[in-house]
Structures are given as structure tokens and as C-alpha cells.
Design a protein around this ligand. Structure first.
Ligand code: NAD
Ligand code: UDP
Length: 309
């Protein structure tokens, strides 16, 4: 198949490019390089089945493809809050452009949605049936509501135009090729620990997240995309839940760093807890995470060691 990946030069996109090329497909990687880097896919450039396009998903595009994975959107709070209006445009107009293309060429289209559609959840763990608790006017809203509107568009194009959709809700994922400076917690703590800088825990570090290693997530993507039982939305993530303070301590322990933990202000609307209910992924896709947290952290630490040295 010829497969388009928007946001293909980013953290998750670059792993997906590799995975689909390995599967014998032709990959068109589209990116505006806001948070993605050519370096993430430079090792693929000599592959005749790989094509890299600089293009913004906000502007329409025409391509002949069999499948589309729509990943274009900054994912870290620091980056999506940098230009919040552009973030909403990217989610909403990017979705419309991908869905319009899918409709025109009869392609299956996949949306990278997020656990942020659940906001600061009052149901724990979060099943797909939970509608969420999202502030529509806060500093995270450009991302949360943009992604929620993109889901709405996916389901309306499906109901109204019969577009063949798949929607995944991704929970916090980490691994090699995260940006060292994009502010996400796993990369922040690892880089701080490796440099001997203070580890910046926000609030008291009692908020929780559940961290999935990138290889597990990509396996879930490909399984959801290539089955015909359900269209989603489906949670993909690792149910192993940690407080942010526990994460800081684990990073210190594995790196052997002497960095000090310091406490900084909690950002506005920061969700207090997050854990995926992955019953659907287990039952329908036969998917569950395989990489233990320590092993994933060690691989990620090894990557950042190389980047920093
Ligand atoms: P990332 O920032 O590394 O990747 C996003 C990519 O999209 C980058 O390459 C960026 O340059 C590109 N991009 C941004 N705006 C664009 C635009 N207007 N046009 C074209 N390209 C654009 O982040 P990631 O972690 O790889 O996330 C990929 C997708 O998965 C995003 O849609 C994100 O919302 C979603 N997601 C990720 C996580 C996670 O934990 N990594 C969790 C939930 C959802
Ligand atoms: N966080 C932190 N220190 C940092 C970066 C993040 O304590 O240096 C916290 C942040 O407040 C949040 C959690 O870690 O509670 C996860 O943050 P991230 O930005 O990685 O993802 P998200 O909040 O979107 O899940």
C-alpha cells in the first residue's frame, strides 16, 4: 500500500514510518517541521519507498494513497501552547483535509487522538465510553478541544460520507526521538538527570500518568488500522500508573544521577490522574503492552545519553 503519515517526522511519526516501511509499504511522510526534525527520518531518505514532503496540514493536499495516518499536531504542552490558535487550526483543518482526501481517493484514515479528550478525569481508569471533563477556555483547551473536534469530524465524515475511519486515543508515550527540550516529563527528567540539573517536579508530584513505550504503541496503531471489527475510538496505552514523584525517583535510580528534586508551580488545568482502561484493545486487537517500564526507560536514557554527549 501507499500510506501517508502526517506529522511523520515527529517522535511517534518517525517510528511509524519505519514500521510501515518494514511491512513492505510505500510511505509518504508529510511534515511542517514545527516539532519534528528531518534528522528523525534521515536514515530513511535513501529508501526508494520513502518520500518526505514539507507541507502544512492546514493547507489542502492531493495525493493518491491507500491509507492515511493523521499525526500532525504538536503534542507537548509547551509546544501546543506556543501558538494555541495554530494548534486548534492544525487539529481541526488537518482533520478536514485528511478526511477530504480519504473521501476523494477512498482511503482508510486514522486519527491520532489523545487521552486529553478525557481532560481532568472524574472516572478512573478511563474507558472509551467516558465523555471527559474538559475546560473549554483554559490553556490546554487549544489541544484538548482541537482533538475533540477532530474526533467529531471523523465520526461525522463516517456517518455522512461513509469515510472509512479509525480513531485511537493515545496515552502518554515515551521513547527515543522525543525532543530533549519540548517539556514533556519523561524527556525533561532524563535530560535533567543526565546533565546533573535539578529535577523539576510540578506541584507536589502526586499527579499520576501511565507511560507506554513507543514500540508497544506503534504495534497497537497498526493492529487497529488493519482490522475490520471496530472503528474506535480505542484507548492505547500502558495501564502501569505512577505518580510524577515516583517517575523522578525511578529516573534518578536508573541514571545514578545526583540531581536534586525541586518543586515548581503546578501548571493550570494539569490532570490529576490518568490511566487507560485497555479492555477493548485486549479483547478486540489482542493487544497489550509488552515492554516493562524499567526496560523502556533504560532504552530512552541510552538515546538521550548519545544526544547529549
Ligand atoms: P511530535 O511533536 O513529536 O510530532 C508531531 C509532528 O507533527 C511533528 O513532526 C510536527 O512537526 C508535525 N506538525 C505539527 N503541526 C503540523 C502542521 N500544521 N502540519 C504538518 N505537520 C505538523 O509529537 P508526537 O508525540 O509524535 O505526537 C504525534 C501525534 O500523537 C500528535 O497528533 C499527538 O497529539 C498525538 N499524541 C501523542 C502522545 C504522546 O504521548 N506522544 C499522546 C497523545 C496523543
Ligand atoms: N511535569 C513535571 N515536571 C516537568 C514536566 C512535566 O512535573 O518538568 C508534570 C506535568 O505537570 C504533568 C506530568 O508531568 O502532571 C506530565 O506532563 P507532560 O507534559 O509530559 O504530559 P501531559 O500533562 O500532557 O500528560
Amino acid at each position: 500500500m501507499r500510506i501517508l503519515i502526517t506529522g511523520g517526522a515527529g517522535f511517534l511519526g518517525s517510528h511509524l514510518c519505519e514500521r510501515l516501511l518494514d511491512g513492505g509499504h510505500e510511505v509518504v511522510c508529510m511534515d511542517n517541521f514545527f516539532t519534528g526534525r528531518k534528522l528523525n527520518v534521515s536514515h530513511l531518505l535513501s529508501n526508494p519507498y520513502f518520500e518526505l514532503l514539507r507541507h502544512d496540514v492546514v493547507d489542502p493536499f492531493k495525493l493518491e494513497v491507500d491509507q492515511i495516518y493523521n499525526l500532525a499536531c504538536p503534542a507537548s504542552p509547551v509546544n501546543y501552547q506556543h501558538n494555541p490558535i495554530k494548534t486548534t487550526k492544525t487539529s481541526v483543518m488537518g482533520a478536514i483535509n485528511c478526511l477530504g482526501l480519504a473521501k476523494r481517493v477512498n482511503a482508510r484514515v486514522f486519527q491520532a487522538s489523545t487521552s486529553e479528550v478525557y481532560g481532568d478525569p472524574s472516572v478512573h481508569p478511563q474507558p472509551e465510553a467516558y465523555w471527559g471533563n474538559v475546560n473549554p477556555i483554559g490553556i490546554r483547551s487549544c489541544y484538548d478541544e482541537g482533538k475533540r473536534c477532530a474526533e467529531t469530524l471523523f465520526f461525522d465524515y463516517h456517518r455522512q460520507n461513509g469515510v472509512d475511519i479509525r480513531v485511537v486515543r493515545i496515552f502518554n508515550t515515551y521513547g527515543p526521538r522525543m525532543l530533549a527540550d519540548d517539556g514533556r516529563v519523561v524527556s525533561n527528567f532524563i535530560v535533567q538527570a543526565l546533565k546533573g540539573d535539578d529535577i523539576t517536579v510540578y506541584g507536589e508530584g502526586q499527579q499520576t500518568r501511565s507511560f507506554c513505550y513507543v514500540d508497544d504503541l506503534i504495534e497497537g496503531f497498526v493492529r487497529l488500522m488493519n482490522q475490520d471489527k471496530v472503528i474506535g475510538p480505542m484507548n492505547i496505552g500502558n495501564p502501569g500508573e505512577f505518580t510524577i514523584l515516583e517517575l523522578a525517583e525511578k529516573v534518578l535510580q536508573i541514571t545514578g544521577s545526583k540531581s536534586k528534586i525541586i518543586y515548581e508551580a503546578m501548571p493550570q488545568d494539569d490532570p490529576k490522574q490518568r490511566q487507560p482502561d485497555i479492555t477493548q484493545a485486549k479483547d478486540i486487537l489482542g493487544w497489550e503492552p509488552a515492554v516493562p517500564f524499567e526496560e523502556g526507560l533504560e532504552k530512552t536514557i541510552a538515546y538521550f545519553k548519545e544526544q547529549i554527549s
